[in-house]
Design a protein around this ligand. Structure first.
Ligand SMILES: [Fe+2]
Ligand SMILES: [Fe+2]
Length: 299
């Protein structure tokens, strides 16, 4: 038996490279995000779902496996949050202007993290209620993966945002797709809530990428291109059995992360009125990176 050695991707140290959005622009994106989840529309794990009525017998083996898989992805939140803490420092390692940008971003990041943490907890509760796992075993299994590093090789802030744009949209699409084949009402509720949150997360990152393209144009094209050129979903390089498992979950419900590229192309198209050759080339490149089947569906 072979063991997979996790590969931590080399990560640049400290503050992510600019150009950074002016704090007032970023504040507008943060404000829109906050307004998309007023108190009346928020939910919590304890009261939003009828855990006692979960009927695990209505799940196929593939669906149980898909729930276990997405729990790992969501539960890695400390890794994702840590990345933002390292690359957008809130201390004296950055100058005041950069700190002000990072402080504004942090308003988003903490709310985002709180929501992703609720996703992890909801899926944990679901696994227990459905008899997919039991608490001690699940905590231990999640801990074994959760302690592995999560790093990103990208130098630029815009790359981190473009990466998040794609993976949030890909996750939203997968949750919707899984929800459409599931026949267990509580899991449908959970996936419905999660996919709505992922859609809002996508919208924030799309807003930031669009504003950056409008302000900086060609200057941010290359760092966005780099993201698509080397794209891997979170944990693809570290989660034990990731690729085999990813194929299995794609068997259970349609999954192709390149479906999300179309949404990045739309952001690029929306952002740039007077298109330049480099921006055109970026849109063509992203389209060409889609898998043939996904590209065919979109046409
Ligand atoms: Fe999530
Ligand atoms: Fe998300």
């Amino acid at each position: 038996m072979t063991t997979t050695v996790p590969r931590a991707v080399a990560e640049p140290a400290g503050q992510a490279a600019g150009p950074l959005l002016p704090p007032a622009d970023l504040a507008q994106a943060v404000g829109s995000f906050m307004r998309s989840s007023p108190v009346t529309r928020r939910w919590d794990v304890e009261t939003a779902f009828s855990w006692s009525s979960v009927d695990g017998g209505r799940l196929t083996e593939g669906q149980r496996s898909a729930v276990a898989f997405i729990t790992y992805i969501e539960d890695h939140l400390p890794g994702y949050f840590g990345l933002y803490a390292r690359r957008f420092p809130l201390d004296e390692s950055v100058d005041v202007a950069t700190f002000v940008h990072n402080r504004e971003l942090y308003h988003f990041t903490v709310r985002w993290a709180q929501e992703e943490d609720s996703h992890a907890r909801a899926l944990f509760e679901y696994q227990v209620a459905a008899g997919i796992s039991e608490p001690d075993r699940l905590r231990d299994e999640l801990g074994q993966e959760g302690r592995k590093p999560f790093t990103m090789p990208h130098e630029h802030a815009i790359s981190l945002f473009a990466y998040a744009l794609v993976h949030e949209k890909a996750t939203q699409i997968y949750y919707q797709s899984l929800r459409s084949v599931v026949d267990e009402p509580v899991l449908m509720d959970v996936l419905g809530r999660l996919s709505k949150d992922e859609a809002r997360h996508f919208t924030f990152f799309a807003d930031v990428v669009e504003r950056s393209l409008r302000l900086y144009g060609d200057q941010v094209v290359e760092p966005i291109r780099d993201v698509i050129a080397g794209f891997r979903m979170p944990l693809a390089d570290t989660l034990r059995g990731y690729w085999r498992w990813a194929l299995k979950i794609a068997d259970t419900a349609h999954y192709d992360h390149t479906d999300a590229y179309e949404h990045l192309i739309r952001v690029v198209n929306r952002a740039v009125d007077a298109r330049t050759d480099r921006v055109d080339e970026l849109a063509r490149f992203v389209a060409a990176c889609r898998t043939p089947a996904a590209a065919g569906q979109a046409s």
